[in-house]
Design a protein around this ligand. Structure first.
Ligand SMILES: [Zn+2]
Ligand SMILES: [Zn+2]
Length: 321
């Protein structure tokens, strides 16, 4: 049998091919096409509709946590009540997320501003401040409304701690803020790739937490099998794909590109005796591109995110000799 398939004469081997081969080939082709389409739709959902994607994960996680970490035991709770409680928890956390987002916006705006505050920018600040107060008022109304409806918002500390940590790891605004905070600490080991390492770590935490609560719910049968499978899809499968395609693959390319730009010594910076061509400021720390141009590590990283060419001479940094 084996000799038929290892025969070098291709015409002869074709004659020996079993008749059922073409339908299987066709089936595999359809399957591949279908998988590609599904993958494409999933990527659009994860990237373009990130809010819906993170909300789905959070809703699954919060609902699965409720019977184990909440104050009341599962049998006391009706299913819809668990959903409403999960949604209201997400809403309250979201208001906090919005608050952090706005504060970050104001802080960034005030850092960027070099001229004195104008009347217009003062009005913008005032508007943002009013909006934050409005969001907190919304939260208070929501809590009061839920109380009226008989849904006391009295989660225990453990539930709040676990769900809030999960929320932090999956919400868009925190996925952007935490890398910025770590970036400010200037940890050399992270090689200016905090914007990828930190979300990778946060997603890893979310996947482990999601898998653990899913598996535990399956063992103790605290949720229906279909809901557990749906949660597994959102919290583990989709998130793993998100991590792989949107962080891990980019990290590998950026690490390779960035590693070809050596850290400049003090003498090299002195010899260069020029400002960073990207931000036009003097340099105390710098990286040298293979084309011998010096830039701030942070400025270079921002440029390499958009293009793999040297910002000054357009030499392609990614290609290695
Ligand atoms: Zn610079
Ligand atoms: Zn160059």
């Amino acid at each position: 049998m084996a000799s038929v398939y290892t025969n070098n004469n291709s015409e002869e081997s074709i004659n020996y091919e079993p008749r059922w081969y073409p339908p299987i080939g066709f089936f595999l082709f359809i399957k591949r096409e279908l998988m590609e389409k599904i993958h494409y739709i999933e990527q659009i959902f994860v990237i373009k509709y990130f809010t819906a994607y993170s909300f789905s994960c959070q809703l699954c996680f919060f609902t699965l946590c409720r019977p184990h970490l909440g104050n009341q035991y599962v049998e006391d709770l009706r299913k819809y009540k668990m959903f409403v409680e999960s949604i209201s928890s997400i809403l309250l956390y979201s208001i906090l997320g919005y608050f952090v987002f706005k504060v970050r916006d104001i802080w960034r705006g005030s850092r960027r501003r070099t001229v004195a505050m104008t009347a217009r920018s003062f009005i913008n600040h005032l508007k943002a401040f009013c909006k934050i107060i409005l969001e907190w008022a919304k939260a208070a109304i929501l809590v009061l409304y839920l109380r009226e409806e008989g849904l006391e918002f009295e989660q225990n500390l453990l539930y709040c701690l676990v769900t809030f940590t999960y929320f932090l790891c999956t919400e868009n605004v925190f996925l952007k803020i935490f890398p910025e905070i770590i970036e400010a600490l200037q940890i050399d080991k992270l090689d200016n790739l905090e914007h990828l390492y930190v979300p990778l770590f946060m997603n890893f935490l979310a996947i482990v937490a999601g898998f653990t609560i899913d598996f535990y719910s399956f063992i103790v049968k605290s949720a229906s099998t279909s809901f557990i499978l749906l949660s597994l899809y959102f919290m583990v499968y989709l998130r793993l794909k998100d991590v792989y395609y949107n962080y891990w693959e980019i990290l590998l390319v950026e690490r390779e590109t960035y590693s070809s730009c050596q850290v400049a010594s003090e003498k090299q910076i002195e010899d260069w005796d020029d400002i960073c061509a990207i931000c036009l400021n003097r340099m105390s720390k710098a990286r040298i591109t293979p084309c011998n141009h010096l830039f701030h590590p942070h400025c270079l990283k921002l440029c390499l995110r958009r293009s793999f060419n040297c910002p000054l001479c357009k030499y392609c940094i990614l290609i290695k000799e």
